[in-house]
Design a protein around this ligand. Structure first.
Ligand code: SF4
Ligand code: SF4
Length: 263
């Protein structure tokens, strides 16, 4: 069964319980305790030891239908994660077969097979995969594969107090997400839309198994507006190389024939 996450950013309260639960369950080391000065965000981004990241975006614009009482201002909070793409760039370029598709349709890096070549890092259009400096191998969210095998949901969604992160069957999540968008539109939050919900919505990745409800442009959340898996362009690249080769051969043959004629 294909499973994943639906993250409704409009009910995230920025408590970071998801970040902490992920760190704790997966025994990920801390990233150092420092003050970034970037709002309440001291994690900054996803990395080899940070598989959940709660982004804090402060905007000088009010959310439709809402008044903060403090002028034009609104928070955008989003718990980011590996998208477990339907067509995953990391998986397609991995030369050792370390990255596999599981029975839950998630994308999993087998640590005992990864050789640390790093090909997966530029192949991810979301900048998710990262290598640990201490062991050189690539790491990212596993969708709590060990918990799923024991019939439990991932630690982050279990810990989320507002159900901003919901884990479940992807088809059911799509229905829940569509209903939520409709509800928000009815309440005046007309900006609400789904990001990566299916192949029609995001052809470059053929849809995401971890998709989001957003209320502003993807770039505002540090998400690419039109992510494309690099291997999708492979055919075009080879066609370009073939056309170039044929052109060079034709030019060489032409040059030889011209030289013969003149001698
Ligand atoms: S988001 Fe990146 S790391 Fe996650 S499955 Fe997609 S390509 Fe791989
Ligand atoms: S646990 Fe839920 S509400 Fe808290 S930061 Fe994470 S997604 Fe937001």
């Amino acid at each position: 069964m294909a499973t994943g996450f639906f993250t409704d950013t409009t009910v995230c309260i920025g408590c970071k319980a998801c970040e902490v639960a992920c760190k704790q369950w997966n025994q990920l080391p801390d990233d150092g305790f420092f003050f970034t000065g970037m709002s309440y965000d001291n994690t900054l981004d996803l990395g080899a030891t940070t598989w959940r990241h709660v982004a804090f975006v402060e905007r000088p614009v009010p959310l439709s239908g809402q008044s903060t009482g403090f002028g034009d201002f609104s928070w955008l909070l989003m718990s980011d994660v590996c998208k477990h793409c339907e067509r995953a760039g990391c998986l397609e370029v991995c030369p050792t077969g370390a990255i596999v598709r599981t029975e839950f349709d998630s994308v999993f890096i087998q640590p005992d097979v990864c050789n640390g070549c790093g090909y997966c890092i530029p192949a991810c259009p979301f900048g998710v995969v990262d290598r640990r400096p201490d062991d050189g191998r690539a790491w990212k969210c596993t969708l709590c594969y060990d918990r799923l095998q024991d019939g439990m949901e991932p630690a982050c969604s279990k810990a989320c107090p507002t159900d901003s992160i919901i884990y479940g069957d992807i088809d059911e999540l799509r229905v829940i997400a569509a209903e939520r968008v409709e509800t928000l539109h009815g309440r005046g939050v007309t900006e609400a839309y789904l990001y990566g919900v299916d192949v029609a919505n995001q052809p470059g990745t053929e849809g995401l198994n971890a998709f989001f409800l957003l209320v502003d442009e993807p770039e505002v959340y540090n998400l690419p507006p039109d992510p494309v898996v690099p291997t999708k362009k492979q055919l075009q690249s080879w066609a370009g190389v073939a056309a170039g080769t044929v052109g060079m051969l034709a030019a060489a043959v032409g040059a030889v024939l011209a030289a013969r004629r003149s001698s």
